[in-house]
Design a protein around this ligand. Structure first.
Ligand SMILES: Nc1ncnc2c1ncn2[C@@H]1O[C@H](COP(=O)(O)OP(=O)(O)OP(=O)(O)O)[C@@H](O)[C@H]1O
Ligand SMILES: [Mg+2]
Length: 327
């Protein structure tokens, strides 16, 4: 704390020096210094409130303890100076908003693509399978009875392939998510995924009513990734999915009884995965959060929370202040 305090003191001296120049002489050059100091504050990790404190301390030191000399002109000028130093914060704030919007659009595009693949699987592949069944029936009729018996096994296998394709297409973009809501869609996913992965997956819900479509789709995709992770990494036998609502927060837990991991180590690992990152980004676009509780040998528990009411962000915020210099 004292270390950061002394850094701020040094930084505060630079700030007060530049502010003093602006108050006495005005002009564009000290404003450029203000912009640069704000940028340094931002990259050095200062928050907006720290910058405000710094500005007040610098102004107080320049004007002295005797407030009788205060005129409105230096105060107004100091305000301009301060606004200039805040520009990098403002620009970063806006850039984050724009990045979030871009991320949401990307997610929407990916969703459309997934839906297209799901439909192609369901309709095109599904119809081809029906055609294969019909041709096989026709061909089988002309075969000797002992070969016909063998074809029964082939037809049973084909029926399994057909069923698997149908289930996959529903899992990819479950129509029941739109029609029946998140919980039935998760139950369907749990049943199919559990069978394929050899996992016993339970779904418990204390949710009444349906969630907004964007929210249920996000939770569905997140649980899909969480289950994929369990299958790939956890060596678990059981997964418990539970969904509840407290106030205006929806909460979903995905807990497995697998080998667990150290969440901190994945951040610095050489080949970081995209799954957990994707979950965090999806949630950040919804104003939600991911909490991971896991330790080696103790299973993994993902806690996903998001506000029920989605705040629609404007595509572009109204600019509040821009650097007046061409910097
Ligand atoms: N349920 C889990 N059990 C054990 N380890 C897990 C579990 N979930 C995640 N991990 C660990 O966290 C790491 C990061 O997961 P993440 O989903 O981000 O990436 P990935 O699964 O390795 O790759 P990707 O998702 O990009 O295909 C995994 O490599 C794994 O070591
Ligand atoms: Mg993953």
């Amino acid at each position: 704390m004292s270390e950061s305090g002394s850094l701020l003191d040094e930084f505060g001296g630079l700030y007060a020096g530049a502010l003093g120049k602006y108050l006495t002489g005005g002009g564009e050059a000290p404003l450029q210094d203000a912009y640069e100091l704000g940028r340094q504050g931002l990259t050095g990790g200062s928050g907006v409130l720290q910058m405000v404190d710094l500005h007040h301390a610098a102004l107080a030191s320049l004007l002295g303890a005797d407030k009788s000399h205060l005129s409105s002109e230096p105060i107004v000028k100091a305000g301009q100076f301060f606004a200039e130093s805040m520009s990098p914060f403002e620009m970063t704030h806006r850039a984050i908003g724009e990045a979030n919007t871009a991320l949401r659009r990307l997610n929407d595009t990916l969703e459309e693509e997934v839906q297209r693949i799901a439909l192609a699987l369901h309709d095109d592949a599904g119809q081809l399978m029906v055609a294969v069944h019909l041709s096989l029936d026709e061909a089988t009729r002309e075969l000797p009875p002992q070969v016909q018996a063998k074809m029964t096994g082939v037809k049973a296998l084909l029926a399994l392939v057909e069923e698997r394709i149908r289930d996959l297409s529903h899992e990819l973009r479950p129509a029941m998510l739109d029609h029946l809501g998140l919980v039935p869609a998760l139950e369907f996913l749990a049943a199919n995924f559990g069978q394929r992965a050899g996992l016993h997956i339970t779904v418990e819900s204390k949710l009444h009513g349906k969630l907004a479509p964007k929210l249920s789709l996000a939770f569905y995709r997140i649980v899909q990734e969480a289950l994929t992770n369990v299958r790939r990494h956890a060596r678990a036998t059981k997964v418990r999915i539970s969904i509840s609502k407290k106030g205006d927060i929806v909460r979903c837990l995905v807990a497995d009884n697998g080998v667990g991991f150290d969440p901190a180590s994945t951040v610095n690992s050489g080949r970081p995965g995209l799954g957990l990152l994707g979950i965090r980004e999806r949630l950040s676009a919804l104003g939600g959060k991911l909490r991971i509780q896991s330790a080696e040998g103790r299973g993994t528990r993902l806690e996903i929370t998001a506000p029920l009411q989605q705040v629609e962000h404007a595509d572009s915020d109204t600019p509040r202040r821009r650097p007046s210099s061409g910097a």
